[in-house]
Design a protein around this ligand. Sequence first.
Ligand SMILES: [Zn+2]
Ligand SMILES: [Zn+2]
Length: 563
Amino acid sequence: MSHPHPELGAPPELPTDGLRVIALGGLGEIGRNMTVFEHAGKLLVVDCGVLFPEDHQPGVDLILPDFAPIRDRLDDIVAIVLTHGHEDHIGGVPYLLRERGNIPLVGSKLTLALVDSKLREHRLKDAPKYVVAEDETLSMEPFDLEFVAVNHSIPDALAVAIRTAAGLVIHTGDFKMDQLPLDGRITDLRAFARLGEEGVDLFLTDSTNADVPGFTTTERDISPVLDRVFAQSQQRIITACFASHVHRVQQILDAAVKHGRKVAYIGRSMIRNMQIARDLGYLHVPDGVIVDGRKISDYRPEELVLVSTGSQGEPMAALSRIAANSHDSVRIEPGDTVVLASSLIPGNENAVYRVIDGLIRLGARVVHKGNALVHVSGHASAGELLYCYNIVKPSNVMPVHGEMRHLHANAALARATGVEADRVVIAEDGFVVDLVDGRAKVTGKVDCGYVYVDGSSVGDITESELKDRRILGEEGFISVIVVIDSSTGKLVSGPEIQARGFAEDDSVFQAIVPQIEQALANAVADGAYDAHQLQQVIRRTVGRWVSGAHRRRPMIVPIVLEA
Ligand SMILES: [Zn+2]
Ligand SMILES: [Zn+2]
Protein backbone atom coordinates (compact mmCIF):
# COMPACT_ATOMS: atom_id res chain seq x y z
CA MET A 1 0.00 0.00 0.00
CA SER A 2 1.23 3.47 -0.80
CA HIS A 3 1.20 5.48 2.36
CA PRO A 4 0.65 9.20 2.13
CA HIS A 5 3.77 11.06 3.15
CA PRO A 6 3.63 14.56 4.55
CA GLU A 7 6.93 15.32 2.84
CA LEU A 8 5.35 14.84 -0.60
CA GLY A 9 6.47 17.68 -2.81
CA ALA A 10 5.77 18.91 -6.30
CA PRO A 11 5.36 15.97 -8.69
CA PRO A 12 8.05 15.13 -11.28
CA GLU A 13 7.41 15.79 -14.94
CA LEU A 14 4.90 13.30 -16.36
CA PRO A 15 6.46 10.94 -18.93
CA THR A 16 4.85 11.29 -22.40
CA ASP A 17 3.20 7.88 -22.20
CA GLY A 18 2.08 8.31 -18.58
CA LEU A 19 -1.32 9.19 -17.15
CA ARG A 20 -1.63 11.51 -14.15
CA VAL A 21 -4.63 11.41 -11.79
CA ILE A 22 -5.33 14.16 -9.25
CA ALA A 23 -8.50 14.38 -7.17
CA LEU A 24 -9.35 18.00 -6.35
CA GLY A 25 -12.13 16.84 -4.04
CA GLY A 26 -13.90 13.66 -2.92
CA LEU A 27 -11.04 11.85 -1.18
CA GLY A 28 -11.40 12.11 2.58
CA GLU A 29 -14.95 13.42 2.31
CA ILE A 30 -18.20 12.34 0.72
CA GLY A 31 -18.94 15.25 -1.57
CA ARG A 32 -17.37 17.70 -4.06
CA ASN A 33 -16.11 14.84 -6.22
CA MET A 34 -13.72 15.89 -8.94
CA THR A 35 -10.93 13.88 -10.56
CA VAL A 36 -8.56 15.30 -13.15
CA PHE A 37 -6.79 12.99 -15.61
CA GLU A 38 -3.79 14.30 -17.52
CA HIS A 39 -2.23 12.75 -20.59
CA ALA A 40 -0.15 14.16 -23.45
CA GLY A 41 -0.60 17.71 -22.23
CA LYS A 42 -4.40 17.54 -22.06
CA LEU A 43 -6.80 17.25 -19.12
CA LEU A 44 -10.02 15.30 -18.70
CA VAL A 45 -12.23 16.09 -15.70
CA VAL A 46 -14.53 13.42 -14.26
CA ASP A 47 -17.32 14.98 -12.15
CA CYS A 48 -17.38 18.39 -10.53
CA GLY A 49 -19.58 18.33 -7.45
CA VAL A 50 -20.27 20.22 -4.26
CA LEU A 51 -20.07 19.36 -0.59
CA PHE A 52 -22.76 20.64 1.74
CA PRO A 53 -21.48 22.41 4.85
CA GLU A 54 -21.92 21.07 8.35
CA ASP A 55 -22.91 22.79 11.58
CA HIS A 56 -19.32 23.90 12.19
CA GLN A 57 -19.24 25.90 8.97
CA PRO A 58 -21.89 28.55 9.71
CA GLY A 59 -23.07 30.79 6.90
CA VAL A 60 -21.48 28.68 4.15
CA ASP A 61 -23.85 27.60 1.38
CA LEU A 62 -21.60 25.19 -0.50
CA ILE A 63 -18.07 23.89 -0.59
CA LEU A 64 -16.39 23.44 -3.97
CA PRO A 65 -13.43 21.41 -5.18
CA ASP A 66 -10.30 23.54 -5.39
CA PHE A 67 -9.78 24.56 -9.03
CA ALA A 68 -6.50 26.34 -8.21
CA PRO A 69 -4.19 23.50 -9.37
CA ILE A 70 -5.72 23.61 -12.89
CA ARG A 71 -6.59 27.30 -13.07
CA ASP A 72 -3.76 28.17 -15.46
CA ARG A 73 -4.54 25.11 -17.59
CA LEU A 74 -8.27 25.55 -18.18
CA ASP A 75 -7.67 25.66 -21.94
CA ASP A 76 -6.14 22.18 -21.77
CA ILE A 77 -9.42 20.62 -20.50
CA VAL A 78 -10.92 18.56 -23.33
CA ALA A 79 -14.17 17.69 -21.48
CA ILE A 80 -15.95 17.26 -18.16
CA VAL A 81 -17.46 13.78 -17.93
CA LEU A 82 -20.39 13.65 -15.49
CA THR A 83 -21.09 10.15 -14.19
CA HIS A 84 -24.58 10.98 -12.82
CA GLY A 85 -26.83 13.81 -11.73
CA HIS A 86 -26.23 13.98 -7.97
CA GLU A 87 -25.17 17.32 -6.53
CA ASP A 88 -21.90 15.90 -5.20
CA HIS A 89 -21.00 15.20 -8.87
CA ILE A 90 -22.56 18.05 -10.87
CA GLY A 91 -23.11 20.90 -8.38
CA GLY A 92 -19.72 22.51 -9.05
CA VAL A 93 -20.07 22.59 -12.85
CA PRO A 94 -21.46 26.16 -13.05
CA TYR A 95 -18.54 27.41 -10.96
CA LEU A 96 -15.97 25.77 -13.23
CA LEU A 97 -17.79 27.06 -16.32
CA ARG A 98 -17.67 30.57 -14.88
CA GLU A 99 -13.91 30.29 -15.32
CA ARG A 100 -14.11 28.89 -18.85
CA GLY A 101 -17.61 28.77 -20.30
CA ASN A 102 -17.07 26.52 -23.31
CA ILE A 103 -15.71 23.35 -21.74
CA PRO A 104 -17.55 20.41 -23.37
CA LEU A 105 -19.87 18.47 -21.01
CA VAL A 106 -20.33 14.73 -21.44
CA GLY A 107 -23.01 12.70 -19.68
CA SER A 108 -26.19 10.67 -19.98
CA LYS A 109 -29.51 12.18 -21.02
CA LEU A 110 -30.87 12.60 -17.51
CA THR A 111 -27.55 13.82 -16.08
CA LEU A 112 -27.18 16.55 -18.68
CA ALA A 113 -30.85 17.56 -18.33
CA LEU A 114 -30.29 18.10 -14.59
CA VAL A 115 -27.07 20.03 -15.31
CA ASP A 116 -28.90 22.12 -17.90
CA SER A 117 -31.48 23.41 -15.45
CA LYS A 118 -28.60 24.43 -13.20
CA LEU A 119 -26.72 26.19 -16.00
CA ARG A 120 -29.86 28.12 -16.96
CA GLU A 121 -30.07 29.46 -13.39
CA HIS A 122 -26.46 30.62 -13.68
CA ARG A 123 -27.04 31.97 -17.23
CA LEU A 124 -24.30 29.81 -18.70
CA LYS A 125 -25.02 28.61 -22.21
CA ASP A 126 -21.73 28.23 -24.06
CA ALA A 127 -20.76 24.69 -23.08
CA PRO A 128 -21.15 22.14 -25.89
CA LYS A 129 -23.00 19.03 -24.68
CA TYR A 130 -22.39 15.43 -25.64
CA VAL A 131 -25.22 13.11 -24.62
CA VAL A 132 -23.90 9.57 -24.27
CA ALA A 133 -25.41 6.24 -23.23
CA GLU A 134 -24.09 2.92 -22.02
CA ASP A 135 -22.10 0.90 -24.60
CA GLU A 136 -21.23 4.06 -26.51
CA THR A 137 -17.76 5.42 -27.14
CA LEU A 138 -16.59 8.99 -27.58
CA SER A 139 -13.14 10.25 -28.42
CA MET A 140 -11.98 13.39 -26.67
CA GLU A 141 -8.38 13.42 -27.89
CA PRO A 142 -6.16 12.08 -26.42
CA PHE A 143 -8.77 10.31 -24.25
CA ASP A 144 -10.92 7.55 -25.73
CA LEU A 145 -14.02 7.13 -23.61
CA GLU A 146 -16.39 4.20 -23.28
CA PHE A 147 -19.48 4.27 -21.10
CA VAL A 148 -20.85 1.45 -18.98
CA ALA A 149 -24.28 1.27 -17.32
CA VAL A 150 -24.21 1.33 -13.52
CA ASN A 151 -27.07 1.13 -11.06
CA HIS A 152 -27.33 3.86 -8.39
CA SER A 153 -29.92 5.90 -6.48
CA ILE A 154 -30.59 8.06 -9.52
CA PRO A 155 -31.37 6.68 -12.99
CA ASP A 156 -29.00 6.80 -15.96
CA ALA A 157 -25.70 6.64 -14.04
CA LEU A 158 -22.59 5.70 -16.00
CA ALA A 159 -19.13 4.37 -15.29
CA VAL A 160 -16.48 5.58 -17.69
CA ALA A 161 -13.59 3.64 -19.19
CA ILE A 162 -10.73 5.88 -20.29
CA ARG A 163 -8.20 4.63 -22.85
CA THR A 164 -4.91 6.40 -23.47
CA ALA A 165 -1.43 5.32 -24.45
CA ALA A 166 -0.86 4.84 -20.68
CA GLY A 167 -3.44 2.08 -20.48
CA LEU A 168 -7.06 1.42 -19.61
CA VAL A 169 -8.68 3.09 -16.62
CA ILE A 170 -12.19 2.56 -15.24
CA HIS A 171 -13.87 5.13 -13.01
CA THR A 172 -17.03 3.53 -11.59
CA GLY A 173 -18.71 6.75 -10.49
CA ASP A 174 -21.25 5.97 -7.75
CA PHE A 175 -22.74 2.52 -8.12
CA LYS A 176 -24.26 -0.53 -6.49
CA MET A 177 -25.27 -3.90 -7.85
CA ASP A 178 -29.00 -4.08 -7.22
CA GLN A 179 -29.96 -7.17 -9.24
CA LEU A 180 -33.65 -6.23 -9.44
CA PRO A 181 -33.70 -2.46 -9.96
CA LEU A 182 -37.01 -0.79 -10.79
CA ASP A 183 -35.89 0.11 -14.30
CA GLY A 184 -34.17 -3.24 -14.94
CA ARG A 185 -30.94 -1.39 -15.74
CA ILE A 186 -28.31 -3.29 -13.76
CA THR A 187 -24.63 -2.52 -13.37
CA ASP A 188 -23.17 -4.03 -16.54
CA LEU A 189 -20.86 -6.66 -15.11
CA ARG A 190 -20.47 -8.22 -18.55
CA ALA A 191 -18.88 -4.98 -19.75
CA PHE A 192 -16.73 -4.90 -16.62
CA ALA A 193 -15.64 -8.47 -17.40
CA ARG A 194 -14.88 -7.63 -21.03
CA LEU A 195 -12.77 -4.64 -19.98
CA GLY A 196 -11.14 -6.86 -17.37
CA GLU A 197 -10.16 -9.31 -20.14
CA GLU A 198 -8.61 -6.44 -22.07
CA GLY A 199 -6.65 -5.56 -18.92
CA VAL A 200 -7.65 -2.75 -16.56
CA ASP A 201 -4.54 -0.84 -15.50
CA LEU A 202 -6.24 1.39 -12.95
CA PHE A 203 -9.64 0.94 -11.28
CA LEU A 204 -11.14 3.88 -9.39
CA THR A 205 -14.01 2.57 -7.26
CA ASP A 206 -16.77 4.00 -5.08
CA SER A 207 -15.81 3.50 -1.40
CA THR A 208 -18.92 4.89 0.33
CA ASN A 209 -20.16 1.56 1.70
CA ALA A 210 -16.88 -0.37 1.63
CA ASP A 211 -17.08 -0.79 5.41
CA VAL A 212 -20.65 -2.17 5.28
CA PRO A 213 -20.55 -5.97 5.13
CA GLY A 214 -22.65 -7.96 2.70
CA PHE A 215 -24.90 -6.60 -0.01
CA THR A 216 -27.04 -3.50 -0.30
CA THR A 217 -30.76 -4.38 -0.08
CA THR A 218 -32.73 -4.04 -3.29
CA GLU A 219 -34.74 -0.83 -3.79
CA ARG A 220 -37.80 -2.99 -4.51
CA ASP A 221 -38.00 -4.14 -0.86
CA ILE A 222 -39.28 -0.71 0.07
CA SER A 223 -42.54 -1.15 -1.87
CA PRO A 224 -44.30 -3.57 0.52
CA VAL A 225 -43.33 -1.36 3.48
CA LEU A 226 -44.82 1.73 1.81
CA ASP A 227 -47.88 -0.34 0.92
CA ARG A 228 -48.41 -1.26 4.59
CA VAL A 229 -47.89 2.30 5.80
CA PHE A 230 -50.35 3.63 3.20
CA ALA A 231 -52.91 0.95 4.09
CA GLN A 232 -52.80 1.96 7.75
CA SER A 233 -53.12 5.70 7.12
CA GLN A 234 -56.54 7.26 7.52
CA GLN A 235 -55.49 10.82 6.88
CA ARG A 236 -52.93 12.78 4.93
CA ILE A 237 -49.60 11.16 4.04
CA ILE A 238 -46.51 13.28 3.62
CA THR A 239 -43.36 11.65 2.26
CA ALA A 240 -39.90 13.14 1.98
CA CYS A 241 -36.89 11.96 0.01
CA PHE A 242 -34.05 13.31 -2.10
CA ALA A 243 -35.36 15.41 -4.97
CA SER A 244 -33.31 13.34 -7.42
CA HIS A 245 -34.39 9.88 -6.24
CA VAL A 246 -36.65 9.11 -9.17
CA HIS A 247 -37.14 5.45 -8.27
CA ARG A 248 -38.05 6.24 -4.67
CA VAL A 249 -40.65 8.74 -5.90
CA GLN A 250 -41.85 6.13 -8.41
CA GLN A 251 -42.55 3.70 -5.57
CA ILE A 252 -44.38 6.41 -3.62
CA LEU A 253 -46.44 7.22 -6.74
CA ASP A 254 -47.24 3.53 -7.27
CA ALA A 255 -48.38 3.16 -3.65
CA ALA A 256 -50.48 6.32 -3.96
CA VAL A 257 -52.18 5.06 -7.11
CA LYS A 258 -52.82 1.68 -5.51
CA HIS A 259 -54.48 3.32 -2.50
CA GLY A 260 -56.49 5.78 -4.58
CA ARG A 261 -54.64 8.91 -3.59
CA LYS A 262 -53.49 11.89 -5.63
CA VAL A 263 -49.94 13.20 -5.36
CA ALA A 264 -48.62 16.75 -4.97
CA TYR A 265 -44.94 17.69 -5.10
CA ILE A 266 -43.81 20.16 -2.46
CA GLY A 267 -40.51 22.05 -2.83
CA ARG A 268 -38.96 23.71 -5.86
CA SER A 269 -36.27 21.11 -6.64
CA MET A 270 -38.76 18.22 -6.32
CA ILE A 271 -41.20 19.85 -8.73
CA ARG A 272 -38.45 20.67 -11.23
CA ASN A 273 -36.59 17.34 -11.15
CA MET A 274 -39.71 15.18 -11.32
CA GLN A 275 -40.92 17.19 -14.31
CA ILE A 276 -37.56 16.54 -16.04
CA ALA A 277 -37.66 12.83 -15.12
CA ARG A 278 -41.21 12.48 -16.40
CA ASP A 279 -40.54 14.39 -19.64
CA LEU A 280 -37.55 12.16 -20.38
CA GLY A 281 -39.40 8.95 -19.58
CA TYR A 282 -37.62 7.99 -16.33
CA LEU A 283 -40.70 8.51 -14.15
CA HIS A 284 -43.99 6.89 -15.06
CA VAL A 285 -46.99 8.84 -13.92
CA PRO A 286 -50.54 7.83 -14.84
CA ASP A 287 -52.64 10.76 -16.06
CA GLY A 288 -54.61 12.63 -13.44
CA VAL A 289 -52.51 11.54 -10.46
CA ILE A 290 -50.45 14.70 -9.97
CA VAL A 291 -52.22 17.72 -8.51
CA ASP A 292 -50.91 21.25 -8.13
CA GLY A 293 -49.20 21.76 -4.76
CA ARG A 294 -50.97 25.12 -4.40
CA LYS A 295 -54.39 23.49 -4.62
CA ILE A 296 -54.08 20.82 -1.97
CA SER A 297 -56.81 22.46 0.12
CA ASP A 298 -59.27 21.36 -2.58
CA TYR A 299 -58.75 17.76 -1.45
CA ARG A 300 -59.62 15.90 1.72
CA PRO A 301 -56.56 14.74 3.71
CA GLU A 302 -57.18 11.05 2.98
CA GLU A 303 -57.16 11.78 -0.76
CA LEU A 304 -53.59 13.05 -0.86
CA VAL A 305 -49.93 12.08 -0.68
CA LEU A 306 -47.44 14.94 -0.59
CA VAL A 307 -43.91 14.28 -1.85
CA SER A 308 -41.63 16.81 -0.26
CA THR A 309 -38.00 17.92 -0.12
CA GLY A 310 -36.17 18.38 3.15
CA SER A 311 -35.41 14.81 4.19
CA GLN A 312 -32.08 15.95 5.68
CA GLY A 313 -33.65 18.59 7.93
CA GLU A 314 -32.47 21.45 5.70
CA PRO A 315 -33.92 24.46 7.50
CA MET A 316 -35.36 26.18 4.42
CA ALA A 317 -36.77 23.05 2.81
CA ALA A 318 -40.48 22.24 2.88
CA LEU A 319 -40.45 19.50 5.50
CA SER A 320 -38.61 21.60 8.10
CA ARG A 321 -41.13 24.38 7.67
CA ILE A 322 -43.99 21.91 7.94
CA ALA A 323 -42.47 20.52 11.16
CA ALA A 324 -42.12 24.06 12.53
CA ASN A 325 -45.77 24.71 11.61
CA SER A 326 -44.65 27.62 9.42
CA HIS A 327 -45.29 26.28 5.92
CA ASP A 328 -47.52 28.45 3.71
CA SER A 329 -49.99 25.77 2.72
CA VAL A 330 -49.30 22.53 4.59
CA ARG A 331 -50.41 22.03 8.21
CA ILE A 332 -49.97 18.81 10.15
CA GLU A 333 -53.15 17.47 11.75
CA PRO A 334 -53.06 14.86 14.52
CA GLY A 335 -53.17 11.44 12.85
CA ASP A 336 -51.28 12.45 9.70
CA THR A 337 -48.46 10.13 8.57
CA VAL A 338 -45.01 11.34 7.60
CA VAL A 339 -42.56 8.99 5.84
CA LEU A 340 -38.91 10.00 5.66
CA ALA A 341 -37.82 7.72 2.82
CA SER A 342 -34.20 8.80 2.96
CA SER A 343 -30.79 8.24 4.43
CA LEU A 344 -29.52 10.09 7.44
CA ILE A 345 -26.32 11.71 6.24
CA PRO A 346 -23.75 11.98 9.03
CA GLY A 347 -23.68 15.54 10.33
CA ASN A 348 -27.41 16.03 9.74
CA GLU A 349 -28.59 14.02 12.73
CA ASN A 350 -29.55 16.97 14.93
CA ALA A 351 -31.46 18.69 12.16
CA VAL A 352 -33.33 15.53 11.16
CA TYR A 353 -34.30 14.59 14.71
CA ARG A 354 -35.47 18.18 15.27
CA VAL A 355 -37.80 17.75 12.29
CA ILE A 356 -39.04 14.36 13.50
CA ASP A 357 -39.68 15.75 16.99
CA GLY A 358 -41.51 18.75 15.55
CA LEU A 359 -43.77 16.50 13.48
CA ILE A 360 -44.52 14.21 16.41
CA ARG A 361 -45.33 17.18 18.62
CA LEU A 362 -47.92 18.24 16.04
CA GLY A 363 -49.48 14.78 16.28
CA ALA A 364 -48.01 13.02 13.23
CA ARG A 365 -46.93 9.40 13.07
CA VAL A 366 -43.39 9.43 11.67
CA VAL A 367 -41.98 6.46 9.74
CA HIS A 368 -38.25 6.64 9.04
CA LYS A 369 -35.30 4.36 8.36
CA GLY A 370 -34.83 3.91 12.10
CA ASN A 371 -38.22 2.17 12.49
CA ALA A 372 -39.02 0.74 9.03
CA LEU A 373 -37.33 -0.28 5.77
CA VAL A 374 -38.12 2.94 3.92
CA HIS A 375 -34.60 3.58 2.66
CA VAL A 376 -31.79 1.58 1.07
CA SER A 377 -28.38 2.93 0.14
CA GLY A 378 -27.30 3.83 -3.38
CA HIS A 379 -23.81 2.44 -2.96
CA ALA A 380 -22.21 -0.99 -3.22
CA SER A 381 -21.46 -2.75 0.05
CA ALA A 382 -18.31 -4.80 0.66
CA GLY A 383 -19.75 -7.96 -0.93
CA GLU A 384 -20.54 -6.19 -4.19
CA LEU A 385 -17.12 -4.55 -4.30
CA LEU A 386 -15.45 -7.94 -3.87
CA TYR A 387 -17.40 -9.27 -6.86
CA CYS A 388 -16.27 -6.27 -8.89
CA TYR A 389 -12.61 -6.74 -8.07
CA ASN A 390 -12.82 -10.41 -8.97
CA ILE A 391 -14.54 -9.66 -12.26
CA VAL A 392 -12.35 -6.74 -13.33
CA LYS A 393 -9.03 -8.08 -11.96
CA PRO A 394 -7.40 -4.65 -12.11
CA SER A 395 -3.60 -4.25 -11.93
CA ASN A 396 -3.86 -1.09 -9.81
CA VAL A 397 -6.67 0.24 -7.61
CA MET A 398 -7.43 3.72 -6.34
CA PRO A 399 -10.39 3.95 -3.93
CA VAL A 400 -12.45 7.13 -4.42
CA HIS A 401 -15.63 8.72 -2.99
CA GLY A 402 -15.21 8.33 0.74
CA GLU A 403 -13.88 9.50 4.04
CA MET A 404 -10.56 8.00 5.15
CA ARG A 405 -12.16 4.95 6.79
CA HIS A 406 -14.11 4.17 3.61
CA LEU A 407 -11.05 4.51 1.35
CA HIS A 408 -9.04 2.23 3.62
CA ALA A 409 -11.85 -0.33 3.88
CA ASN A 410 -12.12 -0.38 0.09
CA ALA A 411 -8.34 -0.76 -0.25
CA ALA A 412 -8.47 -3.76 2.09
CA LEU A 413 -11.14 -5.38 -0.12
CA ALA A 414 -8.96 -4.89 -3.22
CA ARG A 415 -6.00 -6.49 -1.46
CA ALA A 416 -8.16 -9.36 -0.20
CA THR A 417 -9.00 -10.25 -3.81
CA GLY A 418 -5.32 -10.41 -4.70
CA VAL A 419 -4.41 -6.95 -5.92
CA GLU A 420 -0.80 -6.45 -4.84
CA ALA A 421 -0.61 -4.27 -1.74
CA ASP A 422 1.76 -1.73 -3.28
CA ARG A 423 -0.58 -1.32 -6.24
CA VAL A 424 -3.49 -0.19 -4.08
CA VAL A 425 -3.08 3.56 -3.90
CA ILE A 426 -4.74 5.49 -1.12
CA ALA A 427 -4.67 9.14 -2.11
CA GLU A 428 -6.06 12.30 -0.60
CA ASP A 429 -7.27 15.46 -2.30
CA GLY A 430 -4.33 17.01 -4.15
CA PHE A 431 -2.20 13.85 -4.22
CA VAL A 432 -0.65 13.17 -7.59
CA VAL A 433 -1.04 9.57 -8.76
CA ASP A 434 0.93 8.65 -11.88
CA LEU A 435 0.24 5.56 -13.98
CA VAL A 436 3.49 4.85 -15.77
CA ASP A 437 4.53 1.54 -17.35
CA GLY A 438 1.44 -0.13 -15.92
CA ARG A 439 2.14 0.89 -12.35
CA ALA A 440 0.27 3.48 -10.28
CA LYS A 441 2.12 5.42 -7.59
CA VAL A 442 1.75 8.57 -5.56
CA THR A 443 4.50 10.83 -6.93
CA GLY A 444 3.76 14.17 -5.34
CA LYS A 445 1.19 16.59 -4.08
CA VAL A 446 -0.33 19.88 -5.16
CA ASP A 447 -1.96 22.45 -2.85
CA CYS A 448 -5.64 21.70 -2.63
CA GLY A 449 -8.00 23.23 -0.07
CA TYR A 450 -11.67 23.93 0.54
CA VAL A 451 -13.36 26.69 -1.41
CA TYR A 452 -16.41 28.13 0.31
CA VAL A 453 -19.38 29.63 -1.46
CA ASP A 454 -21.25 32.18 0.63
CA GLY A 455 -24.19 33.71 -1.21
CA SER A 456 -22.73 34.94 -4.48
CA SER A 457 -19.12 35.09 -3.32
CA VAL A 458 -16.83 32.21 -4.14
CA GLY A 459 -13.64 31.63 -2.21
CA ASP A 460 -13.78 34.85 -0.19
CA ILE A 461 -14.22 33.17 3.19
CA THR A 462 -11.06 31.95 4.86
CA GLU A 463 -10.62 29.25 7.48
CA SER A 464 -9.96 31.92 10.11
CA GLU A 465 -13.18 33.75 9.31
CA LEU A 466 -15.05 30.48 9.63
CA LYS A 467 -13.43 29.97 13.01
CA ASP A 468 -14.61 33.45 14.02
CA ARG A 469 -18.16 32.60 12.98
CA ARG A 470 -18.01 29.37 14.93
CA ILE A 471 -16.82 31.15 18.07
CA LEU A 472 -19.49 33.82 17.65
CA GLY A 473 -22.18 31.18 17.32
CA GLU A 474 -21.09 28.88 20.09
CA GLU A 475 -19.14 30.94 22.58
CA GLY A 476 -20.53 34.45 22.22
CA PHE A 477 -18.89 37.81 21.94
CA ILE A 478 -17.53 40.36 24.44
CA SER A 479 -16.45 43.87 23.57
CA VAL A 480 -14.47 46.04 25.99
CA ILE A 481 -14.14 49.76 25.28
CA VAL A 482 -11.72 52.01 27.17
CA VAL A 483 -10.60 55.57 26.55
CA ILE A 484 -7.05 56.46 27.58
CA ASP A 485 -5.13 59.69 27.81
CA SER A 486 -2.76 59.59 24.82
CA SER A 487 0.12 61.25 26.67
CA THR A 488 0.04 59.37 29.99
CA GLY A 489 -1.75 56.15 29.05
CA LYS A 490 -4.05 56.63 32.05
CA LEU A 491 -7.62 55.46 31.89
CA VAL A 492 -10.01 58.34 31.12
CA SER A 493 -13.23 56.41 30.74
CA GLY A 494 -14.44 52.77 30.81
CA PRO A 495 -13.98 49.91 30.70
CA GLU A 496 -17.42 49.58 29.18
CA ILE A 497 -18.31 45.96 28.59
CA GLN A 498 -20.93 44.56 26.25
CA ALA A 499 -21.64 40.95 25.48
CA ARG A 500 -23.79 38.89 23.09
CA GLY A 501 -24.73 35.26 23.40
CA PHE A 502 -22.94 35.01 26.70
CA ALA A 503 -24.84 36.04 29.80
CA GLU A 504 -28.39 37.13 30.40
CA ASP A 505 -27.21 40.11 32.32
CA ASP A 506 -24.17 42.26 31.58
CA SER A 507 -23.78 42.94 35.32
CA VAL A 508 -21.76 39.71 35.67
CA PHE A 509 -18.98 41.64 33.97
CA GLN A 510 -18.71 44.14 36.86
CA ALA A 511 -16.47 41.55 38.54
CA ILE A 512 -13.84 41.93 35.85
CA VAL A 513 -13.77 45.75 35.72
CA PRO A 514 -11.26 46.25 38.58
CA GLN A 515 -9.00 43.57 37.08
CA ILE A 516 -8.95 45.32 33.70
CA GLU A 517 -8.21 48.66 35.40
CA GLN A 518 -5.38 47.11 37.36
CA ALA A 519 -3.90 45.29 34.35
CA LEU A 520 -3.95 48.49 32.28
CA ALA A 521 -2.31 50.48 35.07
CA ASN A 522 0.43 47.85 35.39
CA ALA A 523 1.02 47.80 31.66
CA VAL A 524 1.28 51.58 31.50
CA ALA A 525 3.69 51.54 34.47
CA ASP A 526 5.78 49.04 32.48
CA GLY A 527 5.92 51.47 29.58
CA ALA A 528 3.11 50.17 27.35
CA TYR A 529 1.35 53.15 25.79
CA ASP A 530 0.46 51.95 22.41
CA ALA A 531 -3.24 51.11 21.81
CA HIS A 532 -2.42 47.77 20.25
CA GLN A 533 -0.40 46.62 23.30
CA LEU A 534 -3.15 47.73 25.66
CA GLN A 535 -5.74 45.87 23.61
CA GLN A 536 -3.69 42.71 24.05
CA VAL A 537 -3.61 43.30 27.80
CA ILE A 538 -7.41 43.61 27.89
CA ARG A 539 -7.88 40.55 25.73
CA ARG A 540 -5.64 38.43 27.97
CA THR A 541 -7.21 39.67 31.20
CA VAL A 542 -10.80 39.13 30.04
CA GLY A 543 -9.92 35.84 28.34
CA ARG A 544 -8.36 34.42 31.50
CA TRP A 545 -11.32 35.51 33.59
CA VAL A 546 -14.06 34.06 31.32
CA SER A 547 -12.28 30.79 30.80
CA GLY A 548 -11.63 30.47 34.55
CA ALA A 549 -14.95 31.70 35.90
CA HIS A 550 -17.26 30.61 33.08
CA ARG A 551 -15.43 27.89 31.13
CA ARG A 552 -16.10 29.74 27.90
CA ARG A 553 -13.93 31.07 25.10
CA PRO A 554 -15.91 33.89 23.55
CA MET A 555 -14.60 36.20 20.88
CA ILE A 556 -13.10 39.18 22.76
CA VAL A 557 -12.86 42.51 20.96
CA PRO A 558 -10.96 45.15 22.98
CA ILE A 559 -11.19 48.71 21.69
CA VAL A 560 -8.74 51.29 23.05
CA LEU A 561 -9.52 54.88 22.08
CA GLU A 562 -7.06 57.67 22.71
CA ALA A 563 -8.32 60.97 24.01
ZN1 LIG B 1 -24.47 9.61 -6.34
ZN1 LIG C 1 -21.70 10.68 -4.91
